[in-house]
Design a protein around this ligand. Structure first.
Ligand SMILES: [Zn+2]
Length: 241
């Protein structure tokens, strides 16, 4: 585990946005009928995915997924303020070698404050063959990326390889809890992003289910924690090497 650097006096008010501190939220509709049919989602599943992806902080526009990822990162470091305060808090905090694989929701603009932050995006960088030395990063973040990777286990193995011992991978994936993980190979192509989206990058390769924890363990991580900001629809995996 990395050093926990803070016993910081800043406290985040209950219910506030862990990215900007905002207190006002609104719900927007994000799913569309074709996607709901392709994924064979029940009404309950539609409701929690809508909340995960469409419950927005009015001030910084971060959805619940992004806010959960930010809160998991802050929790890992034992920091009790918000991400904005974390980025300003300490030069040492910002000196971690932090790799962001594809823009991690709305965290990206804040993560760029880390002096040793790198944003690596597909297709220039493929998670299945990361162009970095082993044991060269302390933190890796990705958010709703893994379901688009053709071989997600290989992607996680690569994340594990390039982390230092004691480093951490924190990520989110969409999960349908009532069933097991399945590959979409052989099924009708399904794309995230927007209705009518057909770019290959957005194609969903894996639908994660209740056994979502298996892959990071198979990839070599020794300790997997589940972090929630606000209920089961708000979930981040914290994987320590
Ligand atoms: Zn916010």
């Amino acid at each position: 585990m990395l050093l926990r650097l803070f016993s910081h006096p800043v406290f985040r008010p209950t219910g506030s946005c862990p990215i900007c501190g905002g207190m006002a939220f609104e719900q927007r509709t994000v799913l569309w009928s074709e996607l709901i049919a392709e994924w064979q989602l029940t009404n309950d599943e539609v409701a929690y995915i809508e909340r995960q992806q469409g419950h927005i902080c009015v001030a910084c526009q971060s959805n619940l997924r992004s806010r959960t990822l930010a809160a998991a990162l802050l929790d890992y470091f034992g920091f009790t303020g918000n991400l904005r305060e974390f980025c300003m808090a300490s030069r040492q905090a910002r000196s971690f070698r932090l790799l962001e694989l594809n823009e991690a929701g709305s965290l990206s603009s804040w993560l760029s404050h880390f002096r040793r932050h790198t944003l690596a995006s597909y297709p220039e960088v493929d998670m299945q063959a990361l162009p970095y030395h082993s044991e060269s990063w302390e933190i890796i973040l990705h958010s709703d990326v893994l379901e688009h990777v053709p071989n997600p286990l290989q992607g996680l193995r690569e994340c594990h390889r390039i982390l230092v011992t004691g480093g951490v991978l924190i990520y989110t994936i969409p999960i349908v809890f009532g069933r097991l993980t399945r590959t979409r190979q052989g099924l009708t192509p399904s794309h995230h992003g927007a209705p009518g989206q057909s770019q290959q990058d957005w194609m969903v390769q894996t639908e994660y289910g209740a056994d979502f924890w298996r892959q990071p363990i198979e990839a070599g991580f020794k300790k997997i924690s589940i972090f929630t900001l606000d209920g089961p629809e708000s979930l981040a995996l914290v994987c320590e090497k």
